[in-house]
Design a protein around this ligand. Structure first.
Ligand SMILES: [Zn+2]
Length: 311
């Protein structure tokens, strides 16, 4: 079962540790390479996430620093990690290789400068989330009480992601921002979000948003973070599966995937505590769904809805 995990924060941790962590096997990394191998991960997405505390004029440098870790630590020291730059690269991965794709979690590092986004695209970013939890020049995040949608600049960004045929990610956006992206983006997805009706958190999607996402041909990748799974903040694998069940009931059986958020979370689903344990989720899913359906959740649904594929 080949797993495609749409979200981890390994690059943030590598940059924070200033070179003291090895991607290959550092136990501090929930999604280090050896754990990805044990968990049968075929493709891992690596988010660029910039700490909101970093002064605005230093954010682009901080983003480039994470890209540098991606190139010299993740790819450079691990010849079996293969950089995914084209949508067809997924089909060329050989046995024993793991694909690695860059994503952007919030456009804060580009300020109001689309040139910086074009550079990040050139460096390999293939999915752009407009915000983290706070507002920026593109939109309001899920944690901003004002609840604004996309600014004109935010809409320019979506025009860019459409033109380049890359994903626009709604995870972390305000509700209005999500609706704007669903209207404007050709390739929307939620890289790490669950169902709000099961766990009332602004990071989760309402049923209306989920249905609109599926109608648009987009993807929803469920996140392994207990506060987004249960309002008690504690969760077992079966509780995460309830979110998958719910999205299936809304018509998404072929558009659901996984977005662990490893190395970005500090609380864990029992027995789903690092990338080696993806297999525990897969084994539990196989008790509830057909092998074909579970293959879809693991990664095939994503492959089928990549830009460039017939919808
Ligand atoms: Zn996140």
């Amino acid at each position: 079962m080949n797993i495609i995990d749409l979200h981890c924060d390994v690059l943030y941790k590598l940059a924070e540790a200033k070179g003291s962590l090895r991607f290959g096997d550092a136990p501090e990394l929930q999604a280090n390479k050896s754990r990805l191998q044990m968990g049968k991960v075929k493709v891992q997405c690596f988010a660029i996430f910039i700490d909101p505390e970093i002064p605005s004029d230093q954010k682009f440098r901080a983003a480039l620093e994470q890209v540098d870790y991606f190139y010299h630590e993740v790819l450079g020291k691990n010849p079996d990690m293969i950089h995914i730059k084209e949508w067809s690269d997924f089909d060329r991965l050989k046995i024993g290789q793991i694909g690695a794709m860059l994503t952007l979690e919030g456009v804060d590092p580009i300020g109001n400068d689309l040139m910086k986004l074009r550079i990040l695209y050139q460096l390999g970013v293939r999915s752009v989330g407009l915000t983290w939890n706070y507002p920026n020049l593109a939109a309001d995040g899920a944690g901003e009480p004002r609840g604004g949608g996309l600014t004109l600049f935010g809409k320019e960004i979506v025009a860019f992601t459409n033109e380049q045929q890359i994903f626009t990610d709604v995870s972390h956006l305000s509700d209005r921002g999500i609706w704007d992206v669903l209207e404007l983006a050709n390739y929307p997805l939620a890289s790490h979000s669950n169902a709000r009706v099961l766990c009332n958190h602004p990071r989760n999607l309402t049923d209306e948003q989920a249905v609109a996402m599926f109608k648009k041909g987009g993807l929803i990748h469920v996140v392994y973070n207990p506060p987004f799974i249960n309002e008690t903040g504690k969760a077992e694998i079966i509780d995460l599966i309830r979110h998958i069940d719910h999205f299936c009931a809304l018509g998404g059986v072929k558009q659901i995937g996984l977005g662990s958020d490893f190395d970005g979370i500090t609380e864990f689903v029992v027995n789903l505590e690092n990338a080696a344990q993806h297999t525990n989720l897969i084994n539990e899913l196989l008790k509830h769904y057909s092998e074909e359906e579970v293959k879809g959740f693991a990664g095939q649904n994503f492959l089928d809805h990549r830009p460039g594929m017939k919808k």
